[in-house]
Write a protein that binds this ligand. Structure first.
Ligand SMILES: [Zn+2]
Ligand SMILES: [Zn+2]
Length: 156
């Protein structure tokens, strides 16, 4: 938490913004050290890897994931490890911009759900997805007119 706050403070000063503090959740499983969840402004950390690599998490994983969230807020949709992210890491946060942490696989997630129509895949936001699940509404593709179906179909 302190590492996150210090890094965020540094970024807000540098960018002259007041980006809100992300939520940290310790429920990342598997081999990933962490994930950055863009729309919900959330960093999920792997509690097992955190215990085993505390210094690396403070020095690298937390700034790495935070940089993804800041890039999303500051630049919108750009390549996850592109020049904006590199700039955020090196110039703004002062951390070497390595794409992956030495001990992990890593991913950036959007909180969207894949849907399919007759012609393409669509990404629905959590809010829209929940409205579909509750049966409040349905969405149609503007191109082919077909109703969007969740992909893969939910287990019933
Ligand atoms: Zn990354
Ligand atoms: Zn379509």
């Amino acid at each position: 938490m302190r590492s996150l706050r210090e890094n965020l403070q540094r970024a807000n000063l540098h960018l002259a913004r007041n980006y809100p503090e992300p939520k940290i959740v310790y429920q990342q499983r598997g081999t990933a050290a962490g994930t950055a969840w863009l729309e919900s402004n959330e960093i999920r950390l792997n509690p097992v890897l955190l215990m085993e690599n505390q210094q690396a998490f403070l020095d690298e994983v937390v700034p790495h994931e935070l940089a993804h969230l800041l890039v999303w807020k500051h630049f919108g949709r750009v390549a996850p490890h592109g020049k904006e992210w590199k700039w955020m890491m090196e110039t703004v946060l002062g951390v070497p911009a390595r794409r992956t942490h030495q001990f992990e696989l890593h991913s950036v997630r959007r909180n969207t759900f894949p849907y399919r129509c007759g012609c393409q895949q669509h990404q629905l936001t959590v809010r829209r997805h929940n409205r579909v699940l509750r049966g409040e509404t349905e969405y149609r593709c503007v191109r082919c007119g077909e109703k969007l179906r969740p992909e893969p179909p939910p287990l019933s």
